[in-house]
Structures are given as C-alpha cells and as structure tokens.
Design a protein around this ligand. Structure first.
Ligand code: ATP
Ligand code: MG
Length: 655
C-alpha cells in the first residue's frame, strides 16, 4: 500500500480507533521525529462549513491547554487526499488504553485506583475550567491511561461542536448519554459543574463496573439522568470506601449547586480521605490506635501531584487519647467489672500492638505543595521542617522534591520530616531564529525547556522549515519545564508573476507565434483579413494590447493580413451585387482537436477562384452539438465551396 503523508509531514501508520465524528490514526511526525495521533474528521462533517468553523475554533482553544493530564493538541490541518479535502487534528499519541477498556478488563477498580484516576481527571478539568473551557463529553472513552498510569483527558470542547448545546439523541452520541448531566440532557446551558457530574458517572463506573443509569434507548437514559436516583455505588461494590461513595453520589446530584463547588473542591475532598474517616470514627469509638496504611504500593509511578492515598489508615493524634483516659478513671471508680473488662481489652491491645503503638509509616509528600505537605504530615502526628530549597527541572517551583525520612519508613509519632522544596529553575530562553525544529528541540532540551505550539508563516527572508519567531523571546527568564512557542517559515509565498504582453503588430505570423510562446503565453486564434497598410502575412492586430499585465498561459488571438488584393476585388464586385452577411453553420464531427477550414468562391464555371476564408480551428471553437459557426461577408448570388482539411464539405449560394 502506498504511504499516506499528510501535509508532507505526518506519515499515517495505522488506524487506532474510530468515534462518532472521526477516525483516529497513529502517525509519525517526520519533522519532529515522534509519534502522534491524528484525528481525521469523517467525510460528512468535512462538507459542512458551519461545523468546520466551530471545529476549528474549538480545536484551537483546546490547543491552548497544556497539562500533564490533558492530551496535548499540537496542530490542526487540512490536506487533499484522493481529491477530497480532509480536516484533521494532530495530538499527543498516548500509548496505553482508554479508561473504558480498563474498566471492561478489571470490572471494578480498587479504591486506590479510583482516587488516583479521579484526582488526575479532576486536575485536567481544573486546568481547563480555569481557561474557560468546559469539556462537555467526559466519558471513559475520552480518558486515556498511558503506560505509566497517567490519565489523559482528550477531546476538550469538541462535543460542543457536534452537540451545539442541545443534545440530539442520535446513535452517534449513544455512548455519551450514559454520562451526561441532567442540565445537558434538558438542553440547558452547561458549566463546569456539568463536567463534575459526568466525572461522577465515570467514577461510578470505575467503582461498580456499571454506568449509573441504563436503558435500551438513549432518550430513556437521558430521562433517568434528569429524574431518577442512582443506586448508591457502595451497594454494588461493598469494598468501596464510604468516603468515595459519598463523593460519587454527591457528584451525581441533580441540582448543580449540590455537587462540589468546583474541581479544586473535589480534589481536596478526594485527597482528604483521612480527615473524613477520622471524623466518622470519632462518633463510634476513640481508641488510641495507629494503623499504618497497608495499601499495596502502586507500581505505576506518577509524575504529577501524588496524592496521599490512605483511606484505610486511621490515625488519632496523641491529644485524642486524653479524654479517653479521663473517662477511664471515672468509670474505674464506678464499675469494677468494667475496670476488669478494660484491663483485659487493654492487655490484649497492649500485646497486639505494643511494638507499633507509637510507630507509623511516613507518607510520601513528594510533589505536594509545601503547604499541603506540612498539613499532611501534621495531620498524622509528624512534624515538618523545611530544610532548604533546591533548583530542579523535574519538580515545579514550590513543590516538595525530597523528604527525609523517606516515604514508608517506620518512625515514632512526633518525628520531624525534613523537606527540600523545589525552587524550580529559571533559565534564559535561547535565540532559536534560523534553526530547524530538531535543532531547536535539542537546544531547548539542554536547558530543560521544550517546544510548545508551532505555527507557520510565509517568509521571503527565512528559508522554509526554519524558525522565524518565538514566544517568549530570547533572553526572557523562564522556569525550566516550560514551553516555547515557535513560528516556522513556510518559505516565500508563491506569488503569481504577471506577464507584460509584448507588441506583435507588424511582425510576421511566425515571429509573433514564437514571441508569444517565449513569453509564456498561448496563441489561440489567428484571423486573416485584408489590409491596406499591413503587408500580407504580418500581424494587423492582437487581442490583448501591448503592455497589458496578464497571468501566465493567457490566450491571445491575432489578426494577420492577407494583403490588399481582396479589397480591390471586393470593390469591383460591389458594383455588381449587394454584400450580404453570411452565417454559416457547419456540422463538424471529425473528432479532431485541430482542423483547417477554407471557403472558396466559385466562378461561373464552378471552379474555385478567390479564397474567402482560411483558418485553423480547434475543437474548442465548436459548440456542444459539434457545430462551427462562421460569419463572413459575400456578394449576393455568389457560389462558394467549404473545405475542411482540404476535403469538400459542400457548395452553397449566398441569397
Ligand atoms: P467521540 O466521537 O464521541 O469522541 P470516541 O471518544 O470513542 O467517541 P474518538 O475520540 O474518535 O472516539 O477516539 C477513538 C479512539 O481512538 C479512542 O477510543 C482511542 O482508543 C483512540 N484515541 C483517540 N485519541 C488518541 C490519542 N491521542 N492517542 C492514542 N489513541 C487515541
Ligand atoms: Mg473521543
């Protein structure tokens, strides 16, 4: 099979998916030598101008988003493929699977994984919402999980294009309707809370393996979103933590105001599992117990904010023990039996937990903000100490980059954990003008920077594919890890050079013909006429006058002199009869591109005498019914004969 290369740059490798409005391909970006995913709009949409305009706008705004949990949009393009115009979006290629596939594979996800993915999706929403972009189509199919366990949300804002604010329940969005918010289902204007609802539905599916509402048609499902109450997720998955169940059901509230305030609020709640659990526990018992987080370590290493995932851990700070002790002394006086029971419980507890009673595992606070890290440690009865800041490319400014003791070390309550905070690193943006993209990428990489958005512009000065401009400009200070947008030269704009038509009058027919082709023009028709002043065989006039600016390959007609003779003869003949206009229609059906037509006057003996017409014609001169129309003047009652390519086409009389 022949290779398909879009825009001379993206080499299509294979189809990796198909959705409602597009097909998705894996491709190789030859310019930057990396894999990309290319979403090509289906044909029926490529013909809808209104749709295309919106599609472009939305893709452009999605391209502005830059977050580790959002599939990066690199480029938007159009190209001709087998004569048809195609429109496409070039995106970051995510090697992995969709969250839908993962749920289908695993059924129900663990509490740990639900929190992990939900926080990441919420981070993506937080970033997009802060740029004013609502996703509108949050569903597991639009969440890709890469090989490192990173969740990446795709198709930001695209749903707006296809749904046009009111949802139409067509089969193409059948998959979508399982996750739409009640307000979306009602066709109302949606805001960020609508995305939170959809995330709630996605979390429900992660927790239970089932969507919150299902029916055999999409309208039915939409109506359920509007009026039915979903069965609590915990009923379908008893392993689900109370806190997660609470979060999911809160997100699925019909009334947007009853959901979380925003994505940040949701993230806080997801990350603050312990306080919820501790609070719930206070109501039942107050036992001075420290249960280390036994959760298995996640094998996947996450780059972005790692959240303290310890919904099963219960930590009660030493101060919590006091009221319990007081109660104990009180009851001691009143109930000797209770005392015995307490001693027993105490003894059992003492032997069971003695080696660990004031020991706990240090949580990981790497990648948390300094404030969050301190809170997190103090909540667990540890102390935090900021030992220093250090420059770093890998950790954002203000985030914890090292901790001592390390995560999972067993320490006593009250131990101080020393933290090193990233100062980020400021680098001076290099001058990239004149480099190609590969060179620029290398240069940026050395400094811990990378290429952001690229766009192209025509340039007469800068060679094609080399960088014309950059943002931020060179010598600007930038945090390592940032991106630099580039403008790349598309070479000089192809201007159509006009041709100035030369003078042809007075030249011989051959001279004129060769000059016409030298100038890049095309000779179309040559007419032959008598002339008083122009010698036979020379050009009398030209259809486009000298000095006119015309496009290359413009067609030009000439009139060439046949000398004076005819005119004098006309004069004689004028005396004998009346001059008539002859309209002759010749049915030419010879299938030739070029042919010659001659008309001879016949003398009294029907012999050919003067030539009235002699011209090379082309098939372009014929009308649709292959008829050649000729106009000429002749004296009444003259007989003439028509010849096509020197073969007689009939004899006529002027009347
Ligand atoms: P919809 O048309 O409603 O968005 P969808 O999300 O199922 O439906 P697409 O967005 O067209 O459809 O994506 C189709 C499939 O292509 C996805 O399910 C996924 O498997 C794959 N895919 C999409 N984007 C990427 C990407 N950036 N990297 C890798 N695979 C992708
Ligand atoms: Mg999609």
């Amino acid at each position: 099979m022949e290779k398909i290369i879009l825009d001379n740059r993206y080499e299509i490798i294979e189809q990796i998916g198909v959705g409602g409005m597009a097909k998705v391909y894996k491709a190789k970006d030859r310019l930057l030598d990396r894999f990309v995913a290319i979403k090509v709009l289906k044909e029926q949409y490529a013909e809808d101008d209104e749709f295309l305009k919106k599609f472009n706008n939305e893709a452009q705004s999605a391209a502005k988003l830059n977050h580790v949990n959002i599939v990066n949009v690199y480029d938007i393009g159009e190209d001709l493929l087998e004569g048809r115009k195609i429109y496409y979006i070039v995106m970051e290629y995510v090697e992995g699977q969709t969250l839908k596939d993962l749920i289908d594979e695993e059924g129900k996800l663990s509490n740990h994984d639900i929190i992990d993915y939900s926080v990441q999706i919420a981070q993506a929403l937080k970033s997009a919402h802060s740029s004013g972009i609502i996703h509108r189509d949050i569903k597991p199919q639009n969440i890709l999980i890469d090989k490192f366990g990173l969740a990446k949300v795709t198709d930001f804002g695209i749903a707006r294009v296809s749904s046009n604010a009111t949802i139409t329940y067509t089969s193409s969005i059948l998959g979508t309707v399982h996750y739409i918010s009640p307000e979306q289902a009602k066709g109302k204007i949606v805001d960020e809370k609508s995305d939170l609802y959809s995330l709630g539905a996605v979390m429900y599916e992660m927790a239970t393996g089932k969507v919150p509402f299902d029916a055999d048609n999409s309208v039915g499902i939409a109506v359920m979103h509007i009026q039915d109450k979903a069965k609590p997720a915990k009923e379908l998955n008893p392993e689900l933590s109370d806190h997660l169940n609470f979060i999911i059901m809160k997100l699925l509230e019909k009334e947007p105001g009853n959901r979380f305030l925003n994505a940040t609020d949701l993230i806080d709640s997801l990350e603050n599992q312990n306080s919820f659990k501790a609070q719930a526990l206070e109501e039942t018992a107050r036992i001075p117990i420290v249960v280390p987080n036994k959760e298995k370590k996640k094998k996947k290493k996450l780059k972005q904010e790692e959240t303290p995932k310890s919904e099963e851990a219960v930590y009660v700070s030493p101060t919590d023990e006091e009221p319990k002790d007081k109660n104990k002394t009180k009851s001691l006086k009143i109930w000797p039996l209770a005392l015995l029971a307490l001693i027993l419980v105490g003894a059992v507890y003492y032997f069971m937990s003695r080696p660990k009673d004031d020991v706990l595992e240090v949580p990981t606070v790497i990648n948390l903000s300094q404030e969050m890290a301190v809170k997190e440690l103090e909540k667990r009865g540890l102390k935090a100490n900021i030992s220093r800041t250090e420059e770093s490319d890998d950790y954002d400014k203000g985030k914890v980059m090292k901790q001592d003791p390390e995560a999972n070390t067993e320490v006593k309550i009250g131990t101080t954990v020393n933290l090193v905070i990233s100062a980020g690193r400021e680098v001076s943006v290099p001058d990239l003008a004149g480099l190609n993209l590969t060179e620029a990428e290398e240069k940026l990489k050395e400094l811990g920077l990378s290429i952001g958005r690229t766009s192209t512009e025509y340039s007469d000065q800068v060679e094609k594919d080399l960088i014309i401009d950059q943002n931020p400009r060179s010598a600007t200070n930038l945090q390592a890890g940032s991106k630099v947008d580039l403008v790349i030269s598309a070479g000089p704009e192809e201007k159509i050079e006009n041709i100035e038509v030369p003078n042809l009058i007075g030249m011989s027919e051959e001279q004129a013909e060769s000059l016409i082709s030298q100038y890049g023009l095309v000779l179309r028709n040559v007419d032959y006429r008598e002339s008083e002043d122009v010698e036979k065989g020379n050009v009398i006039s030209q259809s486009i006058s000298e000095g006119t600016q015309v496009a290359p390959q413009s067609q030009i007609d000439l009139v060439v002199s046949t000398g004076k003779k005819e005119k004098e003869k006309d004069k004689e003949e004028n005396q004998t009869g009346q001059v008539k206009n002859v309209d002759l229609r010749l049915n030419i059906n010879n299938g030739k591109d070029k042919f010659n037509v001659k008309i001879y006057k016949l003398d009294d003996n029907d012999k050919r005498s003067d030539i009235l017409y002699d011209q090379n014609q082309t098939s372009k001169d014929l009308d649709e019914s292959q008829v050649l129309q000729l106009n000429f003047q002749a004296i009444q009652n003259t007989k003439f004969e028509v010849l096509v390519d020197d073969e007689s086409y009939g004899v006529y009389t002027v009347n």
